[in-house]
Design a binder for this molecule. Structure first.
Ligand code: NAD
Length: 342
């Protein structure tokens, strides 16, 4: 599969699609020296021959300043300069940590990301957002710092736990809804291939998602406009995650439920084509996503209103229109309340 190249402001990102992931070869391709960041799981799976590895405990708890410090310290102790490369091999937690550290080391050194979760392949590794959880808030501290190379080996998905895989598929459904009608057809028509992680089908799925996200980010790196459509389902999802203490629902699962709510809001606002709404909802059901929040709607509304206050604005929702197209709307609390109780 040919590489893809995106220009994000002053940055250029090349995305390549090798059949397998070779961390040692990645390090060897960085002549000025590198530090490779893994978590315990990805180090065991893909890091056997990796030199100069920083291994973070697996999981969201690693998304803090301590992890960034560990990477920065290793860069200094290894005597590496501005021409060094930070290589992140793992899911969104590793890519956010590697990317944040690269963005601040000597005001910016090279960054290569090798995403190994579906979520990181289709979302976290592309587009330059980095985020650290701080003072109890998710992604409160961050920078914009796109990787110069993203290396996507869809074969790494084979070992991903089912729940993590499905979480990534929620972002795939989102991406198809906002930007690729043909991808919706693949999700519909090749569900069993997608579910058994057929490498050829998934390489195509991932490539399509990267094309959609890459084009959107290229038009709006710093999210001043169009990039916001990538948040389809996320306003609802953040409320559900915060009401459930970020424990019972993972992010992708919450996003799938959030997409359903965004479709319902779009229908109530007369924005979403009813036939398209039916199609999205049937795809979400067919993949077996949990679509009932099991949380009182008043609690969810309160979380959404608090979030709105923090942002000094109205409740901002992304709603789908037709296959491959979505818009950002400002919704009244009363409408959101009706959608949450529905
Ligand atoms: N920067 C961005 O644009 C962006 C976008 C979306 C999400 N994120 C961030 O990404 C994080 C979530 O990412 P995630 O879902 O990848 O979580 P994660 O990085 O915690 O990975 C999920 C789990 O899968 C394991 N894992 C990774 N690859 C594996 C493989 N190939 N086989 C077996 N196990 C594997 C990990 O060790 C971990 O236990 C969140 O912190 C979120 O804020 C960032």
């Amino acid at each position: 599969m040919d590489p893809m190249v995106f220009t994000f402001g002053e940055f250029e990102t090349e995305v390549s699609f090798p059949d397998s992931l070779d961390s040692a070869a990645l390090a060897a391709s960085c002549p000025a020296g590198s530090v490779a960041v893994f978590d315990t799981t990805t180090h065991a799976l893909f890091g056997a021959k990796a030199a100069n590895a920083v291994v973070l405990p697996a999981g969201e708890a690693s998304k803090g300043l301590e992890s960034v410090q560990a990477v920065l310290r290793r860069l200094v102790e290894s005597g590496l300069g501005r021409d060094a490369t930070v290589i992140g091999v793992g899911g969104g937690v590793v890519s956010d940590m590697a990317a944040f550290a690269a963005s601040v080391y000597m005001r910016g050194c090279s960054l290569v990301l090798a995403p190994t979760t579906l979520l990181a392949m289709v979302d976290a590794s592309l587009g330059g957002k980095t985020g650290i959880d701080f003072a109890g808030y998710k992604n409160l501290v961050g920078t914009f710092y796109p990787a110069s190379r993203v290396v996507v080996a869809a074969s790494t998905l084979a070992s991903l736990p089912g729940r993590e895989y499905l979480a990534g598929l929620a972002e795939v459904v989102k991406t198809a809804a906002i930007g690729d009608a043909e991808l919706l057809g693949i999700l519909d028509g090749r569900r069993s291939d997608v579910m058994r992680r057929d490498p050829a089908v998934m390489a195509d799925v991932v490539r399509r998602c990267i094309a959609v996200k890459g084009a959107i980010v290229a038009s709006d790196l710093r999210e001043r406009g169009r990039r916001a459509v990538l948040n389809l389902g996320h306003t609802f999802a953040h409320a559900l995650e915060s009401c459930t203490g970020f424990s019972t629902w993972n992010h992708g699962e919450a996003v799938a439920w959030g997409i359903k709510k965004a479709v319902e809001a779009g229908l109530a606002l007369g924005q979403t084509d009813p036939g398209f709404a039916k199609r999205i909802l049937s795809i979400l059901e067919a993949y077996g996503f949990r679509l009932a929040a099991g949380v009182p709607s008043a609690d969810l509304l309160r979380a959404m209103v608090m979030d709105k206050k923090r942002r000094n604005g109205a409740i901002r929702l992304v709603v789908p229109k037709i296959a491959g197209e979505a818009v950002v709307v400002h919704a009244e609390e009363s409408l959101v309340s009706r959608v949450l109780s529905g």
